[in-house]
Design a binder for this molecule. Sequence first.
Ligand code: MG
Length: 459
Amino acid sequence: MREQLIISISGLRGIVGENLTERVAADYGRAFGTFLKSGGVGKRAGRLSVCIGRDSRGSGPMLASAVAEGLCGVGIDVIDVGLVPTPTVGVMVTHLDCAGGVIITASHNPIQYNGIKLLLGNAVAPPVDAAARIKQRFLDKRFDPVDSARRGRTILNEQADATHIKKVLAIVDKEAVSAKRFKVVLDSVNGAGGGIAKKLLAELGCRVSAINGEPTGLFAHTPEPIAENLTELCAAVKAERAEIGFAQDPDADRLAIVDEAGRYISEEYTLAMAAKHIFSKRTGKAATNLSTSRMIDDVARKAGCEVIRTPVGEANVAAAMLENNCVIGGEGNGGIIDLRVSPVRDSLVGIALVLQLMAETGMSVSEVVADIGGYYMTKTKFAADAGQARQILDRAKAAFADARLDTSDGCRFDFDDGWVHIRSSNTEPVMRAIVEAKDREIAQGYIDAVMKIRSELLG
Ligand code: MG
């Protein structure tokens, strides 16, 4: 069966040449440009510009020029920052005072996929209602083309890497980190993050051994930065006797860490470690989604700080951070946000904060992990349509009646010894259950309870 184009809050994703073509990309550019001209979110005076960047996938240049053509055709100027990480586009949108941003990326999805991610002028993905308006314009082909005299122009900007690195360096103590001369192995999966991360690490005085560091878009391993895909990095950290290994995903908004013994530590630790450093310097709130580990609550509690929980989705976390002026935020998948750089998940921010934590505490990665402590987390998913999902949530509420309940995204049940989050996927008719507990046995007990509800209802 032919796969459908997926259009969600953060943009559009499809298979290049099948459902994601030059024509689709140009129309999506026209829809986004027309939306921005019509007032979008917040009216702007004068000509509007949109910053566009792309990850290293081979289809990137074709899709970027098609989106740019669509934008120019409706009278929007385009600033092309080229092959860059997703967070770099976020930085440039605000730095250049653009009305919006576009990133051509399918993040950690396989090579045949690509996508078009949208940012508004505040560098956050459009809120639900705005996203719905853009989608409807795209589907109805309601565009506002301009004549030749008023067409937008595309200009190239080669300052994106330097601008982004400068912003990241401004949030850490460069001298303190440099003095340690950390030995680092970096795995960029031949995505967009290798070049800029190497420059940042050089600025931070690190001795770097880079693997899969060429932005060929030919992913050296399955791109998601999770344990099973990072065996090469783990081996390299060990062989090189490095102090830390970093893994980026193809668009470099996520960061996973390998300790000095070559062990993959869960990607959940990236946010906990970044927060641990931030809370040693600043007081304020943190924000993360409901599916993220409790480790950040533990770290925040020690510092007397509060954690705000949001529905799943980067835009929800970013919006909560902006609204509450949070000092740190992100997601358990290794996406770290520091608003001083931009409201976009950023592997460079993660690298800088984790290295500074190590420099200041003098602790190795494994010592930091032991200090933070840990939980056992397990995830499962099963098919369930909207009606079935409602029934499952109702039964779960009855079964877990003694828990503290948050219903802002499915149901999250909090117990003293763990939590259960059950929610429907935004893109497919499945439910996900995420469980975290002090140990495996307790976690299994919660998963068994969820699966019992599922099988009683759906057989
Ligand atoms: Mg990504």
